[in-house]
Design a protein around this ligand. Structure first.
Ligand SMILES: Cc1ncc(COP(=O)(O)O)c(C=O)c1O
Length: 429
């Protein structure tokens, strides 16, 4: 039996209530807003779903099976690629089973119901009203980025990115023979902010596109409305197309609140937002994503390139996305679980008294760990983390020069695995 109680109360009380209910032998989890999930059946509980160990080893999983090779290590425990270790929502798994049972996997079109699931999600999660006609689709957000770069700039054009950032941003720009115009984020004690003056100087130099990461991978930052407005204003002044990658926008931890760039279209509509259910619901291998723009010309030119490139839809990806967007309970429980993981990282680092910096992420399931206080070279740091601790986390330099001394750790993993990773990591310093 499972039921949900809605509490109109503050977080501290949530914790107390949870502790009390757990003390009574009732398994429960809590959302970061108002819902408390309770279950008298541990197996059925959404929270216990995240404690479950599901091995993908030997399934050609990039995260599991390529970790040693990609990070040049041996027997590493993978916490690198941004895939969660959690099972998908039951709704998604059942939909995949049903689809597999069809036994024929032919071409599938994007139905009204597919578009409507995105429209509903935006209304429900972001209080934004969009229309079917505002939506474009792609085979992954990176695919959409590549398509947009090709359609809306030409070789030699400048594209602004803000490092440290998800590395395909600058990789795609370079591989398409455009020029990376980096506006490095300012950092102080692990807290990041935007250098607007430098951003404007890059804009003035003739940049054509700006790729924003919002929330920002790898630093886990949620951009404030005021910051977004300043960026939009500068893009408007210099007529720079703004691409806002919002793939992590569902995974926000209270008290932070996500601000989409989309509403700024009212003021400047040379703008597109990219998103998908892939990160939140762990369906990244199905490569189904979408974008939202109120600009008809952007949509039309995007679709023209998509046709030129012969892009198609993925039957499983379509069904999984629709099922994911029916899985709000899962999302509430997931946020709560991940917040608990952040607490664990924070507590273990503090208790260790090691000079390792950790600023709690406001979003994403990525921790940006700061090892600069240890004064170790990149080589020595790697020898400790990959060589000695055997933890497969990503060196920060991969996200831009300013990432030196940092490592990015994916903490979307069962709590006991995370505790093991953290204790092995801390033990080598
Ligand atoms: C900011 C950002 N954008 C895009 C992606 C990848 O999206 P996709 O797999 O849909 O191409 C990731 C994956 O980690 C990401 O962090």
């Amino acid at each position: 039996m499972q039921f949900i109680i809605h509490f109109d109360t503050k977080n501290d009380l949530h914790h107390t209530a949870i502790a009390f209910l757990r003390g009574c032998g009732i398994f429960c989890g809590y959302s970061d807003s108002v819902s408390i999930f309770m279950s008298d059946n541990l197996e059925d509980s959404l929270i216990s779903l995240f404690d479950r160990h599901v091995s993908r080893k030997g399934t050609d999983s990039t995260k599991l099976d390529l970790c040693d090779q990609m990070l040049h290590g041996k027997d590493l425990t993978p916490a690198w690629v941004a895939d969660g270790d959690f099972p998908c929502p039951n709704e998604v798994v059942n939909e995949m089973r049903k689809t597999a049972d069809q036994s024929i996997y032919g071409y599938t079109y994007l139905s009204t119901a597919f578009y409507q699931s995105i429209v509903n999600w935006y209304q429900q999660e972001h209080s934004l009203t969009i229309d079917h006609n505002n939506i474009i689709t792609s085979n992954g957000v990176v695919n959409a980025l590549a398509l947009l770069i090709n359609t809306f700039s030409k070789e030699g054009d400048g594209v602004i990115v803000q490092s440290p950032v998800y590395y395909p941003f600058f990789q795609l720009v370079k591989e398409n023979n455009r020029v990376v115009l980096d506006n490095p984020l300012r950092e102080e004690n692990g807290h990041y902010s935007i250098d607007f003056d430098h951003f404007e100087s890059l804009a003035r130099s003739g940049a054509k596109l700006f790729i924003l990461c919002s929330p920002h991978n790898p630093i886990g930052k949620v951009w404030e409305k005021e910051e977004l407005k300043k960026l939009v204003d500068i893009c408007k002044t210099y007529n720079i197309m703004m691409i806002s990658d919002e793939i992590h926008s569902d995974l926000i931890y209270s008290p932070s609140v996500f601000n989409s760039t989309l509403p700024f279209s009212d003021d400047y509509n040379n703008l597109i937002v990219l998103n998908s259910a892939a990160k939140t619901f762990n369906i990244a291998g199905l490569f189904t994503s979408y974008g939202v723009t109120y600009n008809k010309e952007i949509k039309q030119r995007y679709e023209s390139t998509a046709n030129k490139w012969g892009m198609h839809n993925n039957l499983f990806g379509i069904r999984a996305t629709m099922a994911a967007y029916r899985s709000k309970d899962y999302l509430i429980a997931l946020r709560s679980y991940l917040k608990g993981n952040i607490d664990l990282i924070d507590a273990m680092i503090k208790a260790s008294n090691k000079p390792i910096g950790f600023v709690r992420p406001e979003a994403t399931y990525l921790a940006w760990l700061d090892f600069r206080g240890l004064n170790l070279s990149e080589t020595k740091l790697k020898a400790k983390i990959h060589g000695q601790a055997k933890i497969g986390i990503t060196p920060g330099v991969g996200f831009g020069k300013k990432g030196a001394g940092f490592y990015r750790m994916n903490f979307a993993t069962p709590r006991d695995n995370l505790a093991d990773i953290m204790s092995r990591l801390l033990a080598v310093f």
